[in-house]
Design a protein. Structure first.
Length: 343
């Protein structure tokens, strides 16, 4: 107990006077936000017993920013995990009190997405979304921007030139990398199948472009089948994969550029022994991890959701607090690669 940190120790660690620390503890008015945060962080560093209260009082001084995020399929493990990361990032923000309005898309149809963004915009200061690239979405984003509600694109581009920034992986490189891995994992030349969620997903379109370009340039001995659209759904992917495996006994590789991978896992388990048809999948989920453990997946390309969430929340707060300081652009994050035996 004799070595228990005191308020004087907190003041010394923070580089402020003991009177300032007392004012922070008391929640007195007039304390600058930066000073209160500095004192709270110093208290946490040295283990002062009241640091939690100080953090709460410091946070209460911050301005509120209402952030809206629209994600896709609520039942998919990936999007549930993404939502959890966004909630934590919003709670941990040190530059604003973030009020997070998080919704899942009722439909992937462009006009439905545009209408949902419109409804959310009336309750928030800034928006972010995972959405298709379509004129209806672009028109809505342009109108919202003109009304002072900037919009960010997450994971897949949309409304280029109108949205504030894109935050996600470089999808062209993701596609090329998946092709490189699959050409080695297949072991022998044969047929390769590619699934995308739909023609309006800009990220999937770029992955398909990179995927086909790599095979054309570096592994022309493989035969790439026509691209299949699975609407990111498990059942459609399952049925299409079963049909593929029955019609093409020489199918040596399979790449899913988007969702619905659970259907492909189920089909492979029914029709192939592990390793007979190589597969590259996107996103680390309990289902993809199990498929890799069982020998059906050679590579999982994961989005760094914690990093993406932290960056997205920070950029959205800045877009509201200092709109003239931020330029439209792209923020590319390095993917996380998962290989068998490493995890």
């Amino acid at each position: 107990m004799a070595n228990r940190p005191t308020l004087r120790d907190v003041a010394q660690e923070a580089g402020v006077s003991i009177a300032t620390v007392n004012r922070v503890v008391a929640g007195a008015p007039g304390v600058r936000e930066e000073t209160a945060l500095k004192v709270a962080e110093a208290a946490a560093r040295i283990g002062y017993h009241g640091h939690t209260l100080m953090s709460q009082q410091a946070t209460a001084l911050l301005p509120e920013v209402r952030i809206g995020v629209l994600l896709q399929k609520e039942k998919q493990s990936f999007y549930r995990g993404f939502a959890d990361h966004l909630v934590r990032s919003a709670a941990d923000c040190t530059t604003a009190r973030v009020k997070l309005v998080l919704e899942f898309a009722a439909s992937a149809a462009p006009r439905d997405a545009a209408a949902q963004l419109d409804r959310m915009a009336s309750r928030v200061d800034v928006l972010a979304a995972v959405a298709v690239n379509h004129p209806a979405v672009s028109e809505t984003v342009n109108r919202l921007s003109a009304n002072g509600v900037p919009t960010f694109a997450l994971l897949s581009e949309f409304a280029q030139g109108t949205r504030r920034s894109y935050i996600g992986t470089n999808n062209l490189k993701i596609g090329r990398g998946a092709a490189h891995a699959l050409s080695f994992a297949a072991g022998e030349q044969g047929k390769i199948a590619l699934f995308v969620g739909g023609n309006r997903w800009h990220g999937h379109e770029l992955r398909e472009t990179g995927f086909r370009a790599h095979f054309r340039e570096n592994a022309p001995g493989f035969t790439l089948l026509d691209t299949f659209i699975n609407l990111d759904t498990r059942q459609l992917t399952y049925e299409a994969t079963i049909d593929l495996l029955e019609r093409h006994p020489d199918l040596v590789g399979l790449y899913l550029a988007g969702g619905g991978v659970e259907g492909a896992f189920a089909a492979l388990r029914e029709e192939r022994v592990p390793g007979q048809t190589a597969m590259v999948a996107n996103e680390w989920t309990p289902e993809s991890q199990q498929a890799m453990d069982d020998g059906y997946v050679s590579l999982i390309v994961g989005t760094p959701l914690e990093q993406l969430s932290n960056i997205a929340i920070a950029m959205m707060v800045e877009a509201h607090q200092a709109p003239d300081r931020m330029q439209n652009g792209q923020v590319f994050l390095d993917p996380t690669l998962y290989l068998p035996e490493f995890f």
